[in-house]
Design a protein around this ligand. Sequence first.
Ligand code: SF4
Length: 255
Amino acid sequence: MKITFRQSWINNFLRCPEQARQERLGLVKQKETSDLLRGNAVHHAIEMAGTSPIVKVNPPQLLDWVDEYIAENAHAVEEWRHSYEKIVDVCRANILVWHDEVWPQLGVPRAVERTFKKKIGKRKGVELWLSGTADWEDESGELWDWKNPSRFYEPWEKRRWDIQSHAYCWALGAEKFNLAVFANGQYQHIPIQRNEADLKAFIDLCWSIVPLITAEVEPWPMNWTGWHCSPKWCPVWQDGKCRGKHLGQGKPESW
Ligand code: SF4
């Protein structure tokens, strides 16, 4: 049996195994939201900058790429959490802060939006693989990932348990992973270092998920505790299954 994990799916699994099971089987799907559009528009402009034959990418060019992306992809949004105008304003502010504060630190990229698929190993007839897409692999060997949340992160939390930095450092042979966080036009840099012990722990974590997958049981354990278990964030709930079967999709005023 061959099993491939995307690192984002491992995150989903750790939040709620049952939600991850239903997503894996294609029973439910996350909604296209304006949050996703915001992140994708900024990613797109940075990708264009990283692969552009134009030597000097200037702010008006970056703003054009952001605006074009939003205009072309806004129709796919199923849930607007912020207005169209607000998304445009934040994306524009974020790409400018990337240009002013991050771009000068970067060298020529070795790769931009590089997709990888790497074999973790084989145990008891199960071949395990890891896949993902790295936003920016710098010429120094450091990895960069762009985040566009609505607020900054707690750096110590990311250093302690962030999955993506483990996954990408392991897959691409890097030690240094940088989270570049853009929130409402402000920049937060979280450098993370992953050593051999971190990566071994990550591989153990990947294998720990396999017995549940191969057991072919359902449902998988449900995890109610956290922001993810709500009609706003969980596609299983939204679909009227699991807690949504009993509690419905409405969002009580007190939430
Ligand atoms: S409703 Fe809660 S427990 Fe059920 S799948 Fe969603 S996150 Fe998991």
